[in-house]
Design a protein around this ligand. Structure first.
Ligand code: BGC
Length: 754
């Protein structure tokens, strides 16, 4: 944009959307015309009565005070001699409620602001620029209230009111061309059923938990209303339940004007499977007139996995829908309650699976841009990006600087590079990665470990269920110092690998890694080995008979996965991990940190049978437990709905949290066996090493990579396993079969029988 002039309404109406309008004429023949638009708030632009572009919720979600995207549209075909451009701006993320503290709003501004520039090139070579300025008119809009969390009120009977000419606003930020994927509408889901609940309420079930909104195609009488709220699940009696939305009301109101028309929210979205009709016009409810519209970033599907075990197919389906529901311009924790924030921990945990399911390179290009500007001067990365904080009684409240959360700064760039092989991308993020590793290096009292200082709070093995007090607490039993030290080692290791790919001198980090390894081994692993070998003798008094924070399923999985042991210790650690799993009824006790790694740790230790035992487990806690309970997306808690049908506390119980969906990467990478070699970023070199299991019957798996389709199918027939692989041209694949047969092949199709 050439001339940037922000404008606002001369009159403020809390929560309302305003229309900023400009009429302009073209006097000569137009060769080309584009308009660039942005807002503090979310906007919709209409030219000559027609919506411009098919995106919604533009300009997306960034740390608006640091950077805001603008969108540029080609409007050549829409330009007439006389034109009227109307930009409606609603509060959105920037002005409405944001964050999980009650009444937290106006994070970036207390009023909506717009900026636009129309650039017309005439056939005679001259150019005209029309910018937002004090000549633009401001009107009320039919969207009398809009808020991401609270919902929207649309009054079709409204008469536009001229509020005056626009007032200039000096909002200070950097405008950048749109970096991320467009946010667009996707599937339109028909209702499955209209339920009259035991309480007598009218509830519509769309059969799928999702993110988006509901559209009604109705007439009604002028002034009649449709009012809805929504829910992800029904309670054990079949009644509507939305207490887990906390302060997010998600209330949608349409005031009808008596004509046949389509009503849907335009500046808000909800996470739901069910809607409750709080009010409905005096007419029969025709389900054909109602559709749930799925909304997410326009990421392209690339991964497909199918097997002969229906419940695992449903788990995979839930993983896909967890991602669709939470990849809306930024990777969010959940789409429904008063959060929907870019939690860094959730993001890093899931990003490898995400990059298998969908092409997320552009999506992360943008979010990592957000992360780079949010990184503190000292290298720290907070729990949420785009950044969110608030003030409580005058004191600054921030999300934590925590291991496994801040580590998104190294893990996400590395994983995205690994998936797509683009060195520019790694180069762009390398400084941020180093700064994060350096930040950890300078933290806490120990140089080569990340030991928490007095005032440092980590999230730990979030939602792990092995802490004393059981499954209703938030933080698992695993030592936070152990977790953070493992992530310290991993961060430095990634900096080394990334530096090597880029041809940089990373000898300093290589040396640092060696020191971390040695100190970690001395401080944790040696003691763990002693504890494992002689628990009674070595265990400190306070942990006798309890879970020892250094010897948990999570701690052992981390040590195995990140190879922080000496060769002779591997078996001892793996056997202990297996013992802990059996001791807990062949189930996991792991939370956000341990769960993504436990199956990999077992497979890498030659215990894929134990890993499969966990995968097939259907009692709480397990992946299939939620499937048994009818889940259509991933749950935040293993036991969001408990065995007796009651809920985990309303205070934190999302049914659409993708983090535990990170097991998807084990389905692709181990069950089907498709993985990228360490030095084969972008599928230049891959390993095809399936781990067949008879209970699955067959597996069909493909990943559309930047080099073409990689396929791994296998099936059982007459006690033999048949393998079929497709390797794209330009790719080298190492095939490793369960009988030990190994060969390296190039592009083509390959079949084996074992
Ligand atoms: C979010 C999580 C997040 C966590 C931080 C929660 O409220 O929903 O997924 O990572 O806070 O521990």
């Amino acid at each position: 944009m050439k001339n940037i002039q922000w404008i606002k309404s001369p009159v403020d109406k809390d929560g309302a959307a305003f229309i900023f309008a400009k009429t302009f004429n073209t006097v000569k023949e137009v060769e080309n015309a584009v308009v660039s638009i942005s807002s503090v708030g979310v906007y919709k632009a209409v030219l000559g009565g027609q919506k411009i572009g098919n995106q919604i919720l533009t300009p997306g979600y960034t740390s608006y005070d640091k950077r805001i995207q603008f969108n540029t549209y080609d409007i050549t075909d829409k330009i007439k001699n006389e034109n009227n451009l109307e930009i409606t701006v609603a509060p959105g993320w920037a002005v409405g409620h944001l964050g999980y503290k009650k009444d937290c709003r106006n994070f970036y501004s207390d009023h909506v602001i717009a900026v636009a520039e129309i650039e017309i090139t005439y056939t005679d070579g001259t150019c005209e620029l029309i910018n937002t300025d004090g000549t633009w008119s401001v009107y009320t809009s039919p969207v009398v209230y809009s808020d991401i969390y609270m919902g929207e009120t649309f009054d079709a009977t409204y008469e536009p009111e001229f509020l005056g000419t626009a007032v200039l606003d000096n909002f200070n930020t950097t405008l950048i061309p749109q970096e991320g994927e467009d946010i667009v509408e996707h599937e339109r889901l028909a209702p499955v059923e209209l339920i009259i609940t035991p309480k007598g309420e009218r509830v519509i079930d769309f059969g799928q938990n999702m993110t988006g909104y509901v559209e009604f195609n109705v007439k009604g009488k002028k002034g009649e209303k449709i009012v809805t709220t929504c829910a992800e699940v029904l309670d054990k009696d079949g009644n509507f339940y939305n207490a887990n939305y906390r302060n997010a009301k998600n209330k949608i109101t349409f005031i009808l004007d008596g004509t046949q028309r389509r009503y849907k929210p335009e500046f808000s979205f909800q996470g739901f499977r069910y809607i409750r009709l709080e009010e409905y016009p005096d007419m029969p409810i025709n389900l054909d007139d109602i559709r749930a519209i799925v909304v997410h970033s326009d990421i392209e599907r690339t991964g497909y996995f199918e097997c002969g075990y229906e419940k695992i197919n449903q788990l995979y389906h839930n993983i896909i829908w967890g991602q669709k529901s939470n990849y809306l311009d930024v990777p969010t924790d959940c789409p429904q309650r008063d959060e929907r924030l870019g939690w860094t921990g959730d993001t890093q945990v899931f990003c490898r699976t995400a990059a298998l399911n969908f092409n997320v390179s552009k999506f992360f290009e943008k979010w990592l841009g957000d992360l780079r500007v949010d990184q503190r001067e000292d290298g720290a990365i907070l729990g949420v990006c785009p950044e969110w904080h608030t003030y409580e009684k005058g004191a600054l409240y921030q999300t934590r600087i925590s291991a496994a959360w801040g580590d998104a700064a190294v893990i996400v760039p590395w994983e995205i590079y690994r998936a797509y092989g683009d060195k520019n991308f790694l180069e762009k993020n390398f400084e941020m990665m180093k700064k994060w590793a350096d930040f950890i290096h300078g933290s806490g009292p120990e140089e080569f470990l990340w030991i928490r200082a007095e005032n440092e709070y980590h999230y730990g093995d979030w939602l792990g269920i092995d802490i004393d007090g059981g499954s209703d607490s938030c933080e698992g039993a695993t030592s936070k110092n152990l977790i953070s030290s493992v992530y310290f080692a991993n961060a430095v290791d990634i900096v080394v690998k990334a530096g090597e790919e880029l041809g940089k001198d990373v000898s300093e980090y290589r040396e640092l890694y060696k020191k971390i390894f040695a100190r970690f081994h001395e401080y944790f692993v040696e003691k763990i080995i002693k504890l494992i070998c002689d628990p009674e003798h070595e265990c400190e008094e306070e942990f006798r008979g309890k879970v020892h924070p250094n010897v948990t399923q999570t701690s052992l999985s981390l040590i195995l996965y990140f190879k922080l042991y000496l060769p002779e210790e591997k078996e001892i650690i793996a056997n202990k991990l297996e013992e802990l799993i059996h001791a807990y009824g062949d189930r996991m006790t792991t939370g956000f940190v341990g769960t993504p790694y436990i199956l990999h740790a077992l497979t890498k230790s030659g215990k894929s049978d134990v890993a499969y035992t966990l995968l097939f487990q259907n009692k709480n806690p397990s992946w299939l437990y939620s499937v048994e309970k009818g889940a259509t997306t991933m749950w935040e808690h293993w036991n969001g709905i408990k065995e007796d049908g009651s809920f985990w506390s309303d205070s934190m119980n999302s049914f659409n949290h993708y983090a535990y969906g990170a097991v998807g990467d084990w389905l692709y990478g181990t069950v089907a066996g498709i993985s990228v070699c360490e030095n084969g970023a972008g599928y230049k070199k891959i390993v095809l090493q399936p781990h067949p299991d008879k209970r699955l019957g067959f597996v069909n798996c493909t990943v559309d990579t930047v080099r073409g389709k990689v396929q791994s199918n296998w099936y059982y027939k007459c006690d033999k396993v048949y393998f079929e692989f497709t390797v794209p041209q330009g790719t080298e694949a190492k095939i490793v079969l369960p009988n030990g047969y190994t060969e390296t092949v190039r592009g083509g199709k390959y079949m084996y029988i074992v």
